[in-house]
Ligand binder design. Structure first.
Ligand code: FAD
Length: 390
């Protein structure tokens, strides 16, 4: 069968491409039994589709890729995206923290809208259809799975995070065999594991304004303790820099410079510090134990040296990173098709102008807050405009 265009992957990027492109619409090939599985999980099922504020502020939310994808983000920015959804009848809601959601808080509505627009543009969706081969023929046409011939191919197959949704990196070896450089995929937006994690029993305890530092990268924000790792936005957004063996410093109480005076207190150190520092008592007890102090010891009896050790653990707790909790719990992927391979205004490959790569399949990962979906949509829109003009 011959087609003008074939999209590989029916996630956010592939479906937005279909919704934005009516010229030469063809097939969308999806390996799983239904489209948009990850989109349905996004924002805990509510779909945080972008972030408010100036698009200029977006650039710092994609690590080192931010400057390189500036043009696509600016051309199809957060405001154009919000206009797109509202023009198609979807009311949006911007939360005080800047995250933008459909007002119905239902990712299914986003998925259904994109599917409907794609259908109206003439696209057909074929599920249970994994792409296992992609070849370039002497006439410049692409051959997919040895049987589908097409002039243009849009790679929208995502990265490797949450492989149960279908995004398992299966297109990367295929693209590599075509000579495209693939930056080794690593989990991003993922909890970080450390050597000798001391907070196994404190799962669920969080700190609203912790300071987390990995190498020269530092963020202030919510930190969450899990049964085996550090999580929460401050950690997730730094996880792209997490390398086994490097160190991570945490301040649970960033404003703290000295411990409160306890000389007239009759309370135990654990109770006194928990109350005065507004920290969970169970957490303070573990800090005291790690400092070699019995939690029942009277606060007034803490020595200067003991106070110093407690202060250090609360404001500069240092861990050796052992890794992350892996792709199964990563919300994004670091790595993928190298940005060097594509024209970043159109997302067409330099080696194969009819081959477009969009969304998380590219070596771009954004912070939590709607940045990944914005990039999936921005790159899809730029590619759709370019592919329509071919
Ligand atoms: C739990 C979770 C919550 C998230 N929440 C948010 C959020 O609220 N806001 C935000 O901005 N980002 C969020 N993200 C990230 C965001 O969802 C992704 O970055 C985005 O979905 C990427 O879109 P994509 O289309 O590039 O890839 P995907 O959505 O991963 O879609 C790729 C599609 O390609 C298909 N595919 C893969 N290989 C093949 C193949 N060989 N043949 C055929 N089909 C194939 C897959 O089955 C899949 O359907 C979240 C991620 C997760 C895991």
């Amino acid at each position: 069968m011959k087609y003008q265009k074939i999209i590989i992957g029916s996630g956010a990027a592939g479906l937005f491409f279909a919704a934005a492109c009516s010229a030469g619409a063809g097939l969308i090939l999806e390996k799983t039994d239904s489209p948009g599985k990850k989109l349905l999980l996004s924002g805990s099922g509510q779909c945080n589709l972008t972030h408010g504020g100036s698009i200029k502020a977006f650039i710092s939310h994609y690590g080192s890729a931010g400057k390189r994808i500036r043009s696509a983000l600016y051309k199809h920015n957060n405001q154009s995206l919000m206009d797109f959804f509202t023009e198609h009848g979807m009311d949006l809601l911007e939360r005080p923290d800047g995250k933008v959601f459909p007002r119905c808080l239902d990712a299914r509505q986003v998925l259904e809208l994109l599917l409907r627009l794609g259908r109206e543009n003439g696209w057909q969706l074929k599920t249970d259809c994994p792409v296992t081969s992609l070849a370039v023929q002497p006439n410049g046409m692409f051959l997919i799975n040895g049987e589908l011939e097409t002039k243009q191919v849009i790679i929208a197959a995502g990265g490797c995070s949450y492989p149960a949704t279908g995004s398992d990196g299966s297109m990367f070896p295929i693209l590599e065999s075509l000579g495209l450089k693939i930056v080794s995929p690593r989990p991003a937006l993922v909890p970080i594991t450390v050597q000798n994690y001391p907070y196994k029993a404190l799962r669920g305890i969080s700190f609203p304004s912790a300071v987390v530092r990995i190498d020269s990268h530092q963020l202030t924000g919510p930190l969450l303790l899990t049964h085996n790792s550090f999580s929460g936005p401050a950690v997730l957004d730094l996880s792209r820099y997490a390398q086994s063996g490097s160190s991570m410093e945490i301040s649970y109480a960033s404003e703290l410079t000295t411990l409160p005076k306890a000389s007239s207190s009759k309370k135990s150190a654990a109770v006194f510090l928990a109350e005065r520092l507004a920290l969970p008592k169970r957490f303070v007890e573990i800090i005291l134990k790690r400092a070699g102090i019995e939690p029942g010891k009277k606060a007034a009896a803490l020595s200067g040296k003991e106070q110093k050790t407690i202060l250090r653990l609360l404001t500069c707790d240092t861990f050796s990173i052992s890794g992350t909790s892996g792709f199964s719990s990563a919300m994004a992927t670091c790595g993928g098709v190298s940005l060097d391979e594509t024209d970043l205004k159109t997302f067409a490959c330099k080696k194969y102008p009819g081959l477009f790569v969009i969304g998380e399949a590219l070596d771009v990962d954004g912070d939590t807050g709607g940045y990944n979906l914005q990039f999936a949509f921005s790159s899809a829109k730029r590619a759709a405009v370019a592919a329509s003009n071919e």
